[in-house]
Design a protein around this ligand. Structure first.
Ligand SMILES: O=c1ccn([C@H]2C[C@H](O)[C@@H](CO)O2)c(=O)[nH]1
Ligand SMILES: [Zn+2]
Length: 134
């Protein structure tokens, strides 16, 4: 599955966004090592802070269903520039995906940029930091 196909999967996921408060729909698609695509949309809540972003929805779905060896993630929103994932999602990506995994950021106009997990969160706090606790 190439970048364009994974972006199309993210666009499909975006349609399911539950966004009664922001009306800002985001979709994500995460490709696993076995070729399975895990889809995620943002899911908001009347208690705003409980909102789950599209990226974390896809990641948590994938882990809970046994997905592994993640190959790439595509993220799309209706933004002027390709969407920029929030800090919480960058941290969860750093936890669960390889540092060199490509992340495709896009918008509905077809603009896209390719980045990588490490570039989204240089110096991430990781399990290695915990290993050195005294
Ligand atoms: O990369 C992003 C950025 C924002 N949101 C969601 C959270 C909230 O529902 C809405 C506005 O921030 O967009 C995502 O899902 N992913
Ligand atoms: Zn986020």
């Amino acid at each position: 599955m190439d970048q364009e196909q994974l972006m199309d999967e993210a666009k499909k996921a975006r349609k399911r966004a539950y966004v009664p408060y922001s009306q800002f729909k985001v979709g994500a698609a995460l490709l696993s090592g076995t070729g399975v695509v895990y889809h995620g949309c943002n899911v908001e809540n009347a208690s705003y802070g409980l909102t789950n972003c599209a990226e974390r929805t896809a990641l948590f779905k994938a882990i809970s269903e046994g997905g592994k060896d993640f190959q790439a993630m595509a993220i799309v929103a209706d933004t002027a520039e390709p969407v920029s994932p929030c800090g919480a999602c960058r941290q969860v990506l750093a936890e669960l995906c390889p540092g060199d995994m490509p992340v495709y950021l896009g918008n509905l106009d077809g603009d896209s940029v390719v980045t990588a997990v490490n570039d989204l969160l240089p110096g991430a706090f990781t399990k290695e930091d915990l290993d050195h606790a005294e």
